[in-house]
Design a binder for this molecule. Structure first.
Ligand SMILES: CCCCCCCC/C=C\C=C\CC(=O)SCCNC(=O)CCNC(=O)[C@H](O)C(C)(C)COP(=O)(O)OP(=O)(O)OC[C@H]1O[C@@H](n2cnc3c(N)ncnc32)[C@H](O)[C@@H]1OP(=O)(O)O
Length: 292
């Protein structure tokens, strides 16, 4: 869609995206194009599954975020696609958030590419007129939660899983577009509380605050999303898509207008010694935990 491409180009990312729409793509083209994703478009139902596939935890490295933005953009432009379901092939983990190993001791140029890829991933999912839904069959901390927040409908599995934005707990201040997306979904009061405290939620609480729309047994998560998707794609696409744009355009415009400022602020924070120390300590803990 021209609008998303304009925004992405405005963000200075995805320069490798084709300018022209690439219609008539085949199953195969999607299936074989990505290293960290499986993308399958069913031309009969017009629903695509975009499956996060970076073991062991779907942590989002720079290339994976670029792939997610590219795949979403390709599907957005494909006349055969009316809906995208985002799920994970890693049992019990939707996504572990940003790949902390890439953020630790990152060089400035690399960090800039990384952050622009995060902005692009979010804005492409958030801005597509195609229906998007997340089947959250496990943990979705931080940027994992951000992917889910960018979609139109979220179904999470029952179980000992967490979802939320824990950045404050990592010693990192929230940025404006993540804050806006959270507040647009859960409201001002929940935003004030959850974002300051860096709260993570179990599925039932996530449901209570509106962070997810439904909680179901794990084996029913994907089928439930597929059932809703079937309904949503029946709504005339032009009217629904324009309505979605109407609702989300201001947030998209804000992100585009302030993307460079966001990058500057985040570069200063993220590459500062105290935050690098926190990330280093966090990584060390994770390594110790997984060795136990
Ligand atoms: C830091 C940036 C903040 C910027 C804030 C402001 C702007 C807001 C915008 C975006 C913000 C994004 C912030 C982030 O996304 S930071 C990442 C936050 N993520 C987490 O805190 C989650 C960390 N992981 C876990 O809690 C668990 O791994 C969990 C997902 C619950 C799964 O647990 P479990 O099933 O027990 O699996 P393991 O812990 O053993 O993990 C398996 C292997 O995966 C590695 N791993 C896990 N998470 C990450 C990660 N985020 N990055 C890199 N690697 C990760 C883990 O080390 C294990 O590896 P190995 O098997 O090799 O030991």
């Amino acid at each position: 869609m021209a609008c998303i491409q304009k925004t992405l180009r405005g963000l200075g990312v995805l320069r490798q995206l084709p300018r022209e729409s690439t219609v008539n793509q085949t199953y195969c083209r999607y299936a074989s194009s990505y290293k960290y994703l499986q993308v399958d478009l069913d031309k009969k139902t017009k629903v695509a599954h975009l499956t996060l596939a970076r073991k062991p935890a779907n942590s989002l490295n720079c290339d994976m975020m670029k792939e997610i933005a590219m795949a979403t953009n390709e599907l957005d432009q494909d006349r055969d696609c009316k809906g995208i379901i985002i799920n994970s092939c890693v049992p019990n983990i939707f996504s572990a958030g940003l790949d902390l190993t890439e953020l630790y001791q990152a060089k400035e140029l690399f960090f800039q590419d990384f952050w622009r890829s995060l902005q692009a991933m979010f804005s492409t999912i958030y801005g597509t007129k195609v229906v998007t839904m997340a089947a959250i069959e496990g943990h979705a901390p931080a940027a994992g939660c951000i992917i889910a927040l960018a979609t139109d409908y979220r179904v999470m599995s029952e179980g000992k899983f967490n979802i939320g934005l824990n950045e404050s707990m990592l010693g990192i201040p929230m940025n404006f577009w993540v804050k806006d997306a959270f507040i647009a979904t859960c409201g001002q009061r929940e935003g004030e509380r959850a974002l300051q405290l860096g709260q993570m939620f179990i599925p039932s609480t996530a449901l209570q605050i509106g962070l997810v729309d439904e909680v179901v047994p794990q084996e029913l998560t994907l089928p439930t999303v597929q059932k809703h998707m079937k309904q949503w794609v029946k709504v005339p696409g032009g009217a629904r898509g324009l309505t979605k744009s109407l609702i989300r355009q201001q947030a998209m415009d804000n992100l585009k207008a302030k993307a460079d400022e966001d990058l500057l602020i985040m570069t200063r924070h993220m590459l500062s010694q105290p935050i690098q120390n926190t990330i280093g300590a966090y990584l060390e803990n994770m390594t110790k935990k997984s060795k136990r």
